[in-house]
Every structure is written in C-alpha cells, then in structure tokens.
Ligand binder design. Sequence first.
Ligand SMILES: Cc1cc2nc3c(=O)[nH]c(=O)nc-3n(C[C@H](O)[C@H](O)[C@H](O)COP(=O)(O)OP(=O)(O)OC[C@H]3O[C@@H](n4cnc5c(N)ncnc54)[C@H](O)[C@@H]3O)c2cc1C
Length: 249
Amino acid sequence: PASTVIAFYMGHDEGGLGGRRVDWRTVGGGSISYVRKAIAAIGPDIRTGEPVTGVRQEADGVVVTTAAGSERFDYAVIGAHADEALAMLDNPTERQRTVLGTVRYNSSDVVLHTDDSVMPATRERWEAWNYGKVSADGRSRTYVAYYMNKLHGFTAEQDYFVTLDYPREIRPETVIARFPYTHPIIDNQVRELQKDIYDVNEGTRVKLCGSYFHSRKLGWDQIGSHEAGFSSGAEAARRLLDELDGRDA
Ligand SMILES: Cc1cc2nc3c(=O)[nH]c(=O)nc-3n(C[C@H](O)[C@H](O)[C@H](O)COP(=O)(O)OP(=O)(O)OC[C@H]3O[C@@H](n4cnc5c(N)ncnc54)[C@H](O)[C@@H]3O)c2cc1C
C-alpha cells in the first residue's frame, strides 16, 4: 500500500530516526562481536548447517527433526521466515497456520562485487545507499546499490558494492558472492495481521518470531525490519521464560 512506501520514506528522512542527526552508538568490532558473544554463551549445543525438517508440537513438549534424527525439547522458538516456519511445522495450530500463511515473500538477487559501473558516474555523488535506473530488456528498471566502504566505514582502497536486483550483467570477474534473499511483503493483509500477531504465541509450545512481526515499541512495522526481528525474538524468549516459571501458565 502507498502508506507503507510513504511511512518508509518518513522513517528515513530528517524527521525519522534513520535520518536524525543523533550520536549513534555502534558495537565495537561490528555485529560479529555480539554473534561471538551469543555463541560463547550458548556453548557447544549450538548446531549450524543442520536444517530443521520437522517440528511436532505435543501437549508437554516439542519434537524437532533434522537429518541427524529427532529430539525432544520442552519448548522451541522458530526464528525463520513465515513460509519456512510453516513448512517446518508438522501440526500447526489454526492461528499459526493463518499467521504464517498470510505473509508473502519477495526474492532479491543480492550480489557482493567490485564493479563500479553500478554507481553514479560522478564519484562525489556516491552515497551509502544509492538508487539507480537503467534500461534493460527494452524497459526502464530500478535497483539499489550499497557502497559498502561508506556504509561500514571500510579503510580498504578497493571499493565494494552490494546490489539488489541489478537488471544488467555485473562483470563476472568482479563478483565475490551471490545471495538469494527473501523479504516479507508488508501488504494490507499483513498490516491487519500485525494488530494482534503476538497472540499467536499464547499458550503454545512453539513460539514464533521474525521480521514479519512488528516492533511493539515502534508500532506496526512498515518494512519488515531488523527492529521487528529483534523485538519479536526478545518477546518470544520472555514469554517462554515466563511460562517455564509458571508465571503465565
Ligand atoms: C540487502 C538487505 C538490506 C537490508 N537492510 C535493512 C536495513 O537497513 N534496516 C532494516 O531494518 N532491515 C533491513 N533488511 C531487512 C532485515 O535484514 C531482515 O528483515 C531481517 O534480517 C530478517 O530477520 P529474521 O530473523 O526474520 O530472518 P533471517 O535473518 O532471514 O533469519 C532466518 C533464519 O532462519 C534460518 N532457517 C530457515 N529455514 C530453516 C530450517 N529449515 N532450519 C534451520 N534454520 C532455518 C535461515 O538460515 C536464517 O538464518 C535488509 C535486508 C536485506 C536482504
């Protein structure tokens, strides 16, 4: 909806948090610092590269299945995209099915590369976020290019770029990595859903979270942001701990 687009730009201009001249505080060493801290806190129980193929909810626990077999837990939190979470659940509740089945996703071809032809011709105009328009396949197409050196304050002499859905070919020898990312489409149905989306976790052994929720602090989320993912994850953990303590049982 137009309101989503308008809200996005209002959120990123001078009046919104994104554009506000504030003294930003950043994590020293970048986000990998808190990832390392979380890994150290969780310890050897952490398992990567072992996709979950099934999650069965039972009255007194949850059975999680991967290629390595099935394991029983008291509770589970699924922090995947809505469609991925729905595919994992063997027996979703009616509410889980409605919530997870409503959110549609859009996929983007994301490329990390060093081809500066995606950037404005004049170097002075290079910003951290750049919007471009080129003609391809006989029509005018738009794309986004992040200038990583400016975005992340790199000191490297080499320029690095990340493009989303660049409609032309990026010189293959400049491509470092390619990622197929999907992003929730915040349409009117999702906006409607977000009014009481947190109810989905009431009394269930499987708690859901992710950027298709919204941040309670910021109100309805307009873009499927980091804040929505963080805030819903923290709330899922809080609710689970409350239920374990019997406070909310
Ligand atoms: C290029 C780009 C730029 C962005 N810029 C911004 C920005 O500036 N500001 C902002 O607020 N947001 C931004 N976003 C959006 C934001 O990054 C995402 O919305 C957010 O990271 C999504 O968080 P999530 O936890 O819901 O999902 P993800 O971070 O996608 O995490 C889901 C996880 O689930 C795992 N998973 C999936 N299936 C399974 C399975 N079967 N078993 C085990 N694990 C599984 C995946 O591997 C993944 O690690 C951007 C997104 C992109 C792609």
